[in-house]
Ligand binder design. Structure first.
Ligand SMILES: [Zn+2]
Length: 412
């Protein structure tokens, strides 16, 4: 069974004697989305701006409460009574910290993750299924987050003067490890991943992969419909675990030309080495972030540290202070980070258009993505909040590509 695509609007088709105008074609595509859907999409996405801001402010406030009330100190003291080993103390502190903070922000998590998703008809889960996934997510955070925090605190204690540099090295190694194991150990906790079997879809994708130097024998499908209706695909893994996966919503809800266009985009991430370049960029961000943290932490500690019962920078009771500082750091630097990803996404878009030669398929996919991403934001909004190009930007890129390939569409 294949899904027919949205019919190509007249202004996005070649007409003999009429010059193809990519702007008019883009507007014609945008106009195919009904007004009520457009309004819902805008409301959903714009609400996300406020949720992001509120989340950061609540996190900072909560961290200050943990410090001022002595709760953080108390969790550390308990961990020190249980074990004499510092790494076990750090891990035990972190377990209490993450469970306590998850419980406190739980009402907010339920609203954003469950009720709001249902309000916009994006979720396919009932409450207990959702809660089950949340519990698994918490378990993963305890294990992987605990590992990371324990390792980083060990580095801070070993190198009190230069931990920002060594912490970055360890942070990048941990991130690499996380990316390496994610498709093999983490994704299967939440979803089933199976090879794509439909030959009419599979063969053109594998052919496109071979043409672009990707040695792949399988295309993977993840059953994302267990959680939501969102169409998506991704490149995950590192080295030997790296793979391209499409989700079953894309498979079941999009036309074959849209699927090929999206897979071309994902192959762009692969061929352009975005995973490795992303890690390199991430290492620069982390060293800047840790250096800022080191500076700010020292100043705050000198001013209030004794009152909060924090002994030094290697004391886990100061973790809330570190969390508050980097939450503030990411609140301010967020637009630069999203711009980095948005630029790489635009690169993958160009690659995908050239690889798949499906500008209308890609325009249709961009329209479908409007279910959860605003189609036509202002340039300022796009700079501040968009980690992918907007629908308008993507449809325009597609139509610009199409305008230069008129010969492909002429009858022969
Ligand atoms: Zn992408």
């Amino acid at each position: 069974m294949t899904v027919p695509g949205t019919p190509v609007p007249a202004a996005a088709q070649f007409t003999p004697g009429v010059k193809f105008d990519p702007h008019a074609a883009t507007n014609a595509y945008l106009a195919t989305l009904p007004a009520d859907k457009r309004a819902a999409s805008d409301a959903y996405f714009e609400g996300g701006y406020w949720i992001g801001l509120f989340d950061s402010l609540v996190t900072i406030a909560l961290m200050i409460v943990l410090l001022k009330t002595g709760l953080s100190r108390g969790m550390r003291n308990w961990a020190e009574r249980i074990s004499k080993r510092r790494w076990i103390q750090t891990f035990l502190y972190f377990v209490q910290f993450i469970i306590l903070t998850s419980i406190i922000v739980f009402p907010f998590t339920v609203y954003v993750g469950y009720f709001r998703e249902h309000q916009y008809q994006l979720s396919t889960q009932n409450f207990s299924q959702w809660l089950g996934d949340e519990a698994k997510g918490l378990a993963v955070s305890i294990v992987l987050g605990g590992l990371a925090v324990t390792a980083l605190y060990a580095v801070v204690r070993k190198f009190p003067r230069t931990w920002n540099v060594w912490g970055t090295v360890v942070g990048v190694l941990l991130a690499t490890f996380g990316i390496l194991i994610a498709p093999v150990f983490i994704v299967p906790l939440f979803n089933k991943v199976t090879p794509l079997t439909q030959p009419d879809l599979r063969e053109p994708i594998l052919s496109m992969a071979r043409a672009n130097g990707i040695e792949a024998n399988d295309v993977f499908v993840v059953d994302a419909s267990r959680q939501s209706k969102r169409i998506s695909a991704n490149v995950s893994g590192f080295g030997s675990t790296m793979r391209i996966t499409l989700n079953d919503n894309l498979l079941n809800r999009s036309s074959p030309e849209s699927i090929r266009a999206v897979m071309g985009h994902e192959m762009g991430h692969y061929v352009l080495n975005h995973v490795y370049k992303g890690l390199l960029f991430f290492s620069v961000v982390i060293v800047v972030m840790f250096s800022f943290l080191k500076w700010a932490y020292g100043r705050v500690l000198a001013r209030w540290g004794t009152g909060w019962g924090i002994r030094d920078v290697g004391d886990t009771a100061g973790l809330p202070l570190a969390v508050a500082i980097f939450t503030a750091f990411f609140l301010v630097t967020g637009p630069l980070l999203t711009t980095y990803t948005r630029v790489t996404e635009a690169e993958a878009d160009m690659f995908g258009l050239n690889a798949s030669r499906e500008p209308d398929g890609f325009a249709q996919a961009a329209l479908q993505l409007s279910e959860y991403r605003k189609l036509d934001p202002s340039p300022v909004e796009e700079f501040l909040f968009f980690d992918h190009p907007s629908g308008r930007a993507r449809i325009f890129a597609s139509m610009r590509w199409k305008a230069e390939h008129e010969a492909d569409y002429l009858p022969r």
